[in-house]
Ligand binder design. Sequence first.
Ligand code: SF4
Length: 264
Amino acid sequence: MNYVFSSGGGVQSTACLVLAAQGKIPYDTFIFSNVGDKAESPATIRYLEEVTKPYAKKHGIEWIDVAWIDRQGKQRDLYDDLIEQQRSINIPVFMPGGMPGNRKCTEAFKIKPIAKWIKNNAPGCTLGKGISTDEPHRATPSRESDGYTSAYPLIELGYSRSDCLIIAKDAGLPQPPKSSCWFCPFKTTDQWVTMRRERNELFEQAVKLERILQDRRQQLGKDPVYLSSIGGRKGTNLVDVIPEQLGLFGWEPEEGCESGYCMT
Ligand code: SF4
């Protein structure tokens, strides 16, 4: 049976790569679906190129990069899509009141490119996903139509996200960054605050993106949308609702992407 691991490029996926290199889990192929270099967190792109891929190569683990390639043969970038799409917004923005809108990003940019590769190269494989014991609700069962069986090796082994950080550290790897699109609305308020403090240039880009999306919605005569959950609840933009200091907020659930493809 083929074992393929869907890597999100973050903490849990890096730990799984180490466990595979150590022969503790049976995955010899890791696949990463790129949402586009303009959309993926720059820290994740750097970590993948400088740490993850060389480590996989050194340990004889095959690394596959896939992406959404359109009918014209062009690789799509989720950031470009957000700027160019005039009517729909395909990321999980928040509506006034705080309800998340529909999204297509994970399906189009992660699930479909990986499913296509599996169909052509490893039909019927076991597809591992990096869900740790702290977020079992994201470990969803496979559907018949998926063409593979999902598996959750970290949950089977009882490893949490903190265990994953230790696994990477003990293997001599620098700490993996949290992976996701830099503008992903599935961030907690504290994560936005950290971004504002530590990666202010990215925060400023997110502020601009939120305004672009709101201007477009206004032209269409629709309600505004917000990139942060707290902004949706308060009807306030990122720049006004995200303070520069941590610790002002109570515990918030990390919404995450229930599919287990992003943020792993
Ligand atoms: S990280 Fe967020 S914005 Fe990016 S593809 Fe996943 S759910 Fe969509």
